[in-house]
Ligand binder design. Structure first.
Ligand code: NAP
Length: 200
């Protein structure tokens, strides 16, 4: 399969790409580097990326930001960071990307455990994750040409423990091979409209 991985140079992305490369032709898109440069918070940038790459068999997104801060500190503008990036960025990847998928292709998005088990300072991040879960379930009902759509929702991954462990008291870090398998299940499996939860 020809697979586009947006965020393929990130902490999770690079491990997923390394695995997929054993079997597939993988192209990486990222904000600052990659085979293609894209900013998912800008729909024009998404369109340009797809026009450059052409048809693919699978689109995987492992990118997207949201502002972390206390509920008291989060301003309206702070919420729009997550809305523009992790929420609408992924919505626009599906909206635009579906037209660049071969028949029976797939799209896999990324959210995270905060949608179901938020921790402090994640009012915005948890909100956009939850929004994507509902979006995936709804849109999968309408996609045509056998196109499938899923989202991988992982807990704090092993490779990011050092950076985030203080925010996640009592959480078990998720081994990278389990996270990778979530993406493989979505890309190579048959399911659609699923939130693939990897929480332990
Ligand atoms: N780390 C975890 O434990 C964990 C757990 C569950 C879910 N997640 C979610 O999974 C996703 C990836 O996490 P990560 O830890 O791998 O992040 P990361 O290490 O920060 O990597 C993110 C990657 O995405 C790219 N990127 C960021 N914003 C982008 C944008 N607007 N347009 C295009 N590319 C963009 C970055 O490119 P540049 O470096 O060029 O900017 C980078 O390659 C995030 O949405 C995160 O919330 C993470």
């Amino acid at each position: 399969m020809k697979i586009l991985v947006v965020g393929g140079n990130g902490t999770i992305g690079r491990k997923v790409v390394n695995h997929l490369k054993n079997k597939h032709d993988v192209f990486i898109a990222g904000r600052s580097k990659g085979d293609y440069v894209v900013d998912i918070s800008d729909s024009t940038s998404i369109s340009t990326m797809f026009e450059n790459i052409g048809k693919v068999d699978a689109i995987v997104n492992i990118a997207g930001d949201a502002k972390w801060d206390t509920f008291d500190n989060l301003t309206e503008e702070d919420y729009y960071i997550g809305v523009k990036s992790k929420l609408m960025g992924q919505v626009n990847l599906v909206r635009i990307g579906q037209h660049f998928l071969t028949d029976n292709g797939s799209i896999t998005l990324s959210t995270g455990i905060l949608a179901d088990h938020p921790v402090r300072m994640t009012a915005s991040a948890a909100m956009v994750n939850g929004g994507i879960h509902s979006f995936v379930k709804a849109v999968a009902l309408e996609l045509k040409r056998g196109i499938r759509l899923n989202v991988v929702s992982s807990g704090l991954v092993e490779d990011a423990v050092e950076k985030y462990q203080d925010y996640f008291p009592g959480h078990n870090a998720i081994p990278m091979n389990k996270v990778i398998n979530g993406y493989v299940k979505s890309i190579e499996g048959a399911e659609s409209g699923k939130v693939i939860r990897i929480y332990d």
